[in-house]
Design a protein around this ligand. Structure first.
Ligand code: URA
Length: 264
């Protein structure tokens, strides 16, 4: 029993949606018509099946995402476009679309990887255990998601839907959501960008260099309209929870963000 449950969790089914299990085989058996007697004459030709709907390629989904993102003239329009977008399969298994939290007029925008279970439940980024650590980290340098301007933190992710079982997002899923993320940054126009964790940092900086060598450095992120925004990667709080010895480096990085904001 425990092994079966563990197998389900590993396969991504980590939420119970009902009190009792449903035997779908029984339902299918009950709905099945009584077997027809064997034909005595030669079988009739069955009517032609309708042609299957054409599959939309990943490239077509990305092109659609690019067009929708470019057409969104405001953050509200972009949020709506993301909520209406059906081109990322993660949406099928997610409970909520997780767009952003905090005041978009904040000087600092944080971009993480993807929603987890708690984020999926609440429809808000970074509200689980690692999000609580992120809140404490940014509070140390005077930022909070309820704040505005210099004191505010606008928070989002690379992906707007939770990967089942918190698996790593695929390259295709990231590429499909990327036009929305780039437009998100362009419309929010923060003074500073902070990429939270290796996936966000590598994707947004278009590099294969790992977070160990990216953190502690400043980069210029270029928006689709050609503006540049100072950007820095930090360790993901989920990593810091597993490797508390790295909090020392994270603290240095936070102080560098504070110094940048104070000088901005
Ligand atoms: N980890 C992330 O990268 N983002 C979240 O929203 C939650 C956990």
């Amino acid at each position: 029993m425990v092994a079966a449950l563990r197998w389900q969790v590993e396969a991504g089914a980590d939420e119970a949606v009902g009190e009792l299990p449903i035997d779908r085989y029984a339902a299918a058996r009950a709905a099945k018509p009584a077997p027809t007697p064997a034909p005595t004459t030669s079988p009739k030709k069955s009517p032609p099946r309708p042609a299957p709907a054409p599959l939309v390629s990943a490239e077509a989904q990305r092109a659609n995402a690019r067009a929708l993102a470019a057409g969104a003239g405001s953050l509200d329009a972009l949020r709506q476009a993301v909520e209406d977008f059906d081109g990322c399969a993660l949406k099928l298994t997610a409970t909520n679309t997780v767009f952003a939290d905090g005041d978009p007029s904040s000087d600092t925008m944080f971009i993480g990887e993807a929603p987890g279970a708690e984020e999926d439940r609440q429809g808000l980024p970074f509200v689980g255990v690692s999000g609580q650590l992120l809140d404490r980290m940014i509070a140390c340098i005077g930022l909070e998601r309820g704040g505005q301007g210099r004191a505010g933190a606008y928070i989002s992710n690379m992906l707007f839907w939770r990967p089942p079982g918190n698996r790593n997002p695929s390259a295709d899923e990231i590429a499909t959501c990327l036009p929305f993320v780039a437009r998100h940054i362009e419309l929010a126009a923060p003074k500073l960008l902070v990429f939270v964790g290796g996936t966000a940092a590598k994707t947004m900086l278009q590099t294969t260099t790992g977070i160990m060598r990216l953190r502690g450095r400043w980069f210029e992120y270029e928006t689709p309209d050609g503006a540049t925004i100072p950007a820095t990667p930090i360790f993901h709080p989920a990593y810091l929870l597993r490797s508390p010895a790295q909090k020392r480096e994270a603290w240095r990085d936070l102080l560098a963000i504070k110094a940048k904001l104070d000088g901005a």
